[in-house]
Write a protein that binds this ligand. Structure first.
Ligand code: G3P
Ligand code: MG
Length: 232
């Protein structure tokens, strides 16, 4: 079972910052998950549309200039660009890039080739996910080698079919909707199932037992600890 540090090791460090990503590496995560928004054609790593609550700013992130965002802090840390995070991690972890913000697919499509050619990532090291499935369609249409995973916060009537249709490698599912049936359907289609967001130790144990392929946790060390327990 893969351990994705959700927004980096965000249980211990300010979420979606380089500090949280590097801590995830230290704590033994296999991968980091992060969210991106488009600002002046650049991709910034941040979760909310609104800057308030999670940063020292206010207003909508996509309406700001890069200069304005550069002044902001998240728990004392800067809001990094996706490129800066990829550079800092230097291929040491798999990176799940969640295309979150309105319009963020366009800059992503522009930059993706350089993550491979300039930054040296392999396509399988960059797992691209989104609740916006048409964004993932665009990614696959332009870059057939890209690894994509649709996000789901529901159980569709046709179970994992949407992921097959997108030629995805995995399905990213809200823990509230995990079921034997959905898991079996995904596996039968050759898809992995990664479940978010799992911080409770009993939930981690139950998902390990169920046979899911990965979990997203704000506390990647807890997940590591459970994985080290002998199987029952
Ligand atoms: O990618 C899994 C999870 O991050 C999706 O929800 O709101 O935490 O981005 P959210
Ligand atoms: Mg996310």
């Amino acid at each position: 079972m893969l351990v994705f540090a959700h927004r980096g090791a965000s249980g211990y460090a300010p979420e979606n910052t380089i500090k949280a990503m590097l801590l995830a590496l230290e704590l033994g995560a296999d991968a980091v998950e992060l969210d991106v928004h488009s600002v002046e054609g650049e991709l910034l790593v941040f979760h909310d549309r609104q800057l308030a609550h999670k940063s020292s700013g206010s207003g909508l992130i996509h309406r700001k200039s890069l200069q304005e965002v550069a002044e902001l802090r998240v728990g004392g840390e800067v809001i990094p660009t996706l490129r800066q995070v990829l550079q800092a991690l230097d291929h040491r972890l798999q990176v799940n890039i969640e295309l979150k913000g309105i319009g963020c697919v366009a800059p992503f499509l522009k930059q993706y080739p350089s993550y491979l050619s300039e930054l040296g990532y392999q396509p399988e090291q960059l797992l691209i996910s989104s609740f916006n499935h048409p964004y993932l369609r665009q990614v696959k249409q332009q870059f057939g080698q890209a690894h994509v995973a649709p996000l789901l916060a529901s159980i569709p009537e046709d179970l994992a079919a949407c992921a097959s249709t997108l030629d995805a490698v995995a399905l990213h599912l809200d823990i509230n909707f995990i079921s034997h049936q959905l898991l079996a359907d995904a596996h039968q289609r050759g898809l992995k199932v990664h479940v978010y967001t799992v911080d409770d130790i009993d939930d981690i144990r139950a998902l390990k037992q169920l046979g899911v392929d990965g979990i997203f946790s704000n506390f990647p060390d807890k997940a590591r600890q459970v994985l080290a327990e002998p199987s029952t």
